[in-house]
Design a protein around this ligand. Sequence first.
Ligand code: NAD
Ligand code: DAU
Length: 348
Amino acid sequence: MNILITGGAGFIGSHLVRRLVHRYPEYHIHNLDALTYAGNLENLKDVENAPNYSFIKGDITQAAFLEKLFGQTNFDGVIHLAAESHVDRSIADPMAFVRTNVIGTVNLLNAAKTFWRKHGEHRRFYHISTDEVYGSLGETGLFSETTAYDPNSPYSASKASSDHFVRAYGETYGLPYVISNCSNNYGPNQFPEKLIPLFIRNILENRELPVYGDGNYTRDWLYVKDHAAAIDLVFHQGANQKTYAIGGFNEWKNLALVHLLCDIMDSKLGRATGSSKELIAHIKDRPGHDFRYAMDASRINRELGWEPSVTFEEGLEKTVDWYLKNTAWLQNVINGNYQRYYKEQYGG
Ligand code: NAD
Ligand code: DAU
């Protein structure tokens, strides 16, 4: 089997690539990634010479490039993760999200449609999406596969649009597809623009911890390797033309999460208990900030037997340990572009 993974040099993609390269020596894993600020081949150093792995540098916004690629290699499956993924960046520059998340996805669908037309039956286009397409919950309730779409940010609107295109290609052209919508991931190799790695880095450097608004926003957190395991399962055993909700059964208000992270960091760094909490600063809220996300992942649990393997406390400790061991990785990604982004987003 030739499997094309897009966005494999990013956070979730790199964990998925590693898992599939190790678990399926009979497959060839082709990792297509444009290496934007979020893509980093350092994430895959340990598998770069594996005989069943290849890297292709390329941009999914380039339709002609994708047509050529699909003409050259007979892909049996696509697992599509490449995206612009950060909500704050989508507020600053929505068009980048339209280009990659919408147009890039449609380009991939077109390439698959063209080349899979004759013998598409056993193939599968697997689109990786987010719980953010469902909008925001109040204090109670859960999102599930049947929740109506109601995206609020340019990021979630672009992901919702791409989900709709995937379903439309299934309905209109018979493209065999599957979609999963997952909650917030955390773990090693996450770019330090997202809450957890940003705050780990700031605690390390004794910088302010910028909590948006009152910090009472709630997210449902899942360890990235558990997401990669779920993707593996859905790709192999999920049903065509179906959607799977994936989540951690693990809701945290931002402020409570930050307190836990501060305690873990204080203990690991040998600092006085409570010292990192003093870095917390409540800053101007994110525009259109979704109040609460929480996924009902009971379908994937019931039908495919998936469940998270680590508790949040275990996962967060593993994550902190990874960042403390990999300070060189962190330093390498905090380049000039990152400094510019940080200044525009947080000032100072
Ligand atoms: P990421 O930002 O860490 O990685 C994205 C990758 O896509 C990078 O390697 C980047 O170089 C690549 N990429 C971006 N634009 C590209 C283009 N035009 N052509 C080719 N490659 C391009 O993202 P992530 O957090 O790993 O998320 C991966 C996927 O999972 C995304 O589709 C995201 O919407 C979805 N998702 C993420 C989370 C989360 O919490 N991080 C949760 C649910 C779903
Ligand atoms: O729910 C899945 C989504 O989770 C994914 O689709 C996205 O790709 C991913 O980025 C993530 O989106 P969030 O906006 O939930 O993640 P982020 O880490 O940016 O923020 C988590 C919460 O923390 C959110 O309520 C905003 C808050 N926050 C974030 C940052 C970066 C702060 O209070 N301060 C910050 O500096």
